[in-house]
Design a binder for this molecule. Sequence first.
Ligand SMILES: C[S@@+](CC[C@H](N)C(=O)[O-])C[C@H]1O[C@@H](n2cnc3c(N)ncnc32)[C@H](O)[C@@H]1O
Length: 212
Amino acid sequence: MLSKYNIVTLFPKLIDEWSETGIISKAHESSLFELSTTNLRDYGLGDYHQVDDAPYGGGPGMVLMPEPLDNAISANKLDINIFLTPSGDQLNENLITELHTFQSANIICGRYEGFDQRIIDMHADYQISIGQTVVSGGEVPALFLLEALIRKIPGALGNAESLLTESFTDGKLDHPVYTRPEVYKDKEVPSVLLSGNHKKIEEWKKNNLTDI
Ligand SMILES: C[S@@+](CC[C@H](N)C(=O)[O-])C[C@H]1O[C@@H](n2cnc3c(N)ncnc32)[C@H](O)[C@@H]1O
């Protein structure tokens, strides 16, 4: 299982705070996974710890320079290096399963206009996108990827059964779910779910899965 993660980022606090919340913090306290951060700024160049520079050929924004990233990644050798980039492979359950065949990973967060291509050519084992839209940095995509990975580690979820029925398992989307009250603003819970008839309830659940 992929359970040792090092996040290379300019904003390590974001990762630290996330690791202290909800099921992730419980799994962390139970040592189900190891998490460290590498502050890219510590590998910045010169007095100002520079990590970015203007793009060759012109254009908007700044580009992450190769040397700080090269040094940060080389100082933390793990099984694989995952670069987060909108142009990467789209994240899905098959990719999560494939990543879990490794033990440890650097997850590298971009910023600004992204990475100097040479650092990707030198170090990337995987380039992953979490969706066909762009956010300002790799940290939120990294947290998304981490949660998707960690919830698959045995013991991480309070109820392991959730994993068997949730969306994207067996090419289906999960059925709708309801809780109390039985009627809310004239909207009723499907009566079969209140019937106590387990066979019928299971049938209803199965019939209400949606094909992807
Ligand atoms: C503003 S984006 C760079 C966008 C880049 N110029 C482009 O158009 O592809 C800055 C960083 O955010 C992260 N990022 C943004 N959107 C992402 C996505 N959909 N999936 C993964 N990472 C993303 C990447 O690490 C990226 O290097």
